[in-house]
Design a protein around this ligand. Sequence first.
Ligand code: HEC
Ligand code: HEC
Length: 334
Amino acid sequence: MNAMRARLRLLRMLGVFGVLVALGVGCSSSQTPKLEPLKLGDGRTVAAETLERGRDVYAYYCMSCHGERGDGQGPAAVGMRPPPRSFRQGLFKFGGVAAGELPTDAALKRTVRRGLHGTPMLSWDVPEADAEAVVQYLKTFSPRWQQEAPGQPLEVPADPWKGREAEAVERGKAVYHVAGKGHAGCSGCHISYLPKPELEALTEQVTGRKVDLSKADPYTQLARDSDYAVAVDDKGEPSQMAKVLPPDFLMHRLRTVWPTDERVEGAEYTLEQQREDLYRVIAGGVGGAAMPTWKGAIPDENLWALAHYVQTLVNQRDTREGRALKQRLLNPAK
Ligand code: HEC
Ligand code: HEC
């Protein structure tokens, strides 16, 4: 019995259940293989019925992209950019925790409910029990879930800049463009949104050091290595890794932040929610993708200030103002 259970666990780790399903082993639900309860690294056990329900939800809504084996290689995934997540890596970008840790159930459900803006990962308006079940089922694809507990959920504290928004934007601008002294220097990876003379002056003001940017190009970002596979071998193991471009907030859509004229989870999306979502993703970072966790690395009021400042950029995307700013940066007046 124990050996049998161990084998089942091994099979599950290898994702062979998906293959069995794919081969049509058990076309009707009465014949689909039974699943064993899943013992998670945080001490919880997921009941077999929950996993079986999750498997049905997965087959119906998710498998075409994320694949029978959970490797992100479903039939609809061919050539898809970004590629669907491989759940076999046990790696997630928007986990509601410090980047790199296992996500919370709440964050996974948020992704299912909201989707990832601007990607083929759409929002799924499924009943709570189905969302819960599919999220638990995802955990069968990677052994990491049996070995580790999810990270500490990142809290979103109250915005300390209420009523002082203009001041927050100014602080955020400095925190974004200058590194050191509680400042983050985000523009080291993302681009700068200030003309060079302003950038030089701001750097000197914050650090007391003179800088000469005449030969620098602060307006082009470089693609960064990531831990995510774009291709896998026939065992489902990564064979080629994706590069990710830090977004230009005036040009690219963000995955976890929506424009305020869109509805999110069926409701209006306010400026406050947008700012909170920015805080959440900046604080947590993007798991496996070069965007570090900032919570704890800089003072919280500077984190909030960044949310205010980046929000002003995000909301200039696709506007005349935004295009004019871009023009000014790329072709400074002679
Ligand atoms: C049409 C294709 C498609 C379908 C169907 C789909 N997804 Fe996705 N999913 C994606 C893509 C593409 C990404 C990666 C987006 C990115 O990296 O920005 C993704 C990413 C994810 C992530 C990763 C989030 C993170 O923090 O890294 C989760 C979890 C997820 N999908 C769950 C699901 C579930 C559950 C379903 C079914 C209810 C589903 N997806 C259906 C395409 C799809
Ligand atoms: C070491 C390089 C690096 C630094 C430093 C960095 N980022 Fe990022 N950032 C990235 C990359 C790469 C991505 C794209 C990740 C992806 O697409 O998977 C990203 C994505 C983002 C996103 C988009 C999240 C979404 O929902 O799609 C935001 C917002 C962001 N960064 C803000 C910031 C801010 C603010 C700072 C400074 C506190 C910062 N970043 C510092 C590399 C960096």
